[in-house]
Design a protein around this ligand. Structure first.
Ligand code: 5GP
Length: 175
């Protein structure tokens, strides 16, 4: 396997974004690096080769960066999971709690056929609330969860504990 540790040097940390006291992990500095981007997509996709993945689901917005590239590599379809009122056809909707208030995500009702094997992708795993909501959507549509993928995982937030029954794969870990 390729050593992905050096990719961590391409992730920039920005203090006090989007609010005072938050340290934001900025992946745009990794995305613009041509070797780094290719290595990241290859390594993320490699984890699912031979696992019969039908669909990659990307969570708006940064899941839309990684998902389609992985889907292309894996010969899978891509499905967008979107913020409310963006999708034109009938949707399933899930609402989840944030630190202050709540947020919602939607998916087209016909996006997943029952039994299709799905990998859900986002850029970063923090508390896991966003991914947990998306897992609910996939279950509602009868999809089978083949895995949960992230470019970055913040290990110290223990988000992975929410997904004990699933294969959680993150490329870069921060403690
Ligand atoms: P969670 O729901 O796991 O607490 O938060 C993860 C979601 O918030 C992801 O959709 C991710 O894009 C976003 N997010 C939270 N913190 C960060 C961060 O430091 N960097 C990036 N790139 N995204 C973050």
């Amino acid at each position: 396997a390729i050593n992905c540790e050096p990719l961590k040097d391409l992730v920039r940390t920005v203090p006090d974004f989007p609010k005072p006291g938050i340290l934001f992990y900025d992946i745009t500095t990794l995305l613009k690096d041509k070797a780094g981007f290719a290595q990241m997509i290859d390594a993320l996709a490699a984890h699912y080769i031979g696992k019969d993945v039908d669909l990659i689901l990307g969570i708006e917005a940064r899941g839309f960066i990684f998902g389609p590239a992985m889907a292309y590599r894996l010969n899978a379809g891509f499905v967008p999971v979107r913020k409310p009122k963006k999708l034109p056809a009938p949707t399933a909707k899930v609402t989840y709690d944030l630190e202050y208030g709540s947020d919602s995500l939607e998916i087209h009702l016909d996006a997943i056929e029952p039994g299709q094997r799905v990998v859900i992708v986002d850029d970063l795993l923090a508390t896991g609330g966003t991914m947990q909501a998306t897992v609910q959507l996939v279950k509602q549509l009868g999809g089978e969860i083949a895995g949960l993928a992230f470019a970055v995982e913040l290990d110290f937030l223990r988000g992975r504990q929410k997904f004990a029954e699933y294969d959680v794969f993150s490329l870069l870990h921060y403690s």
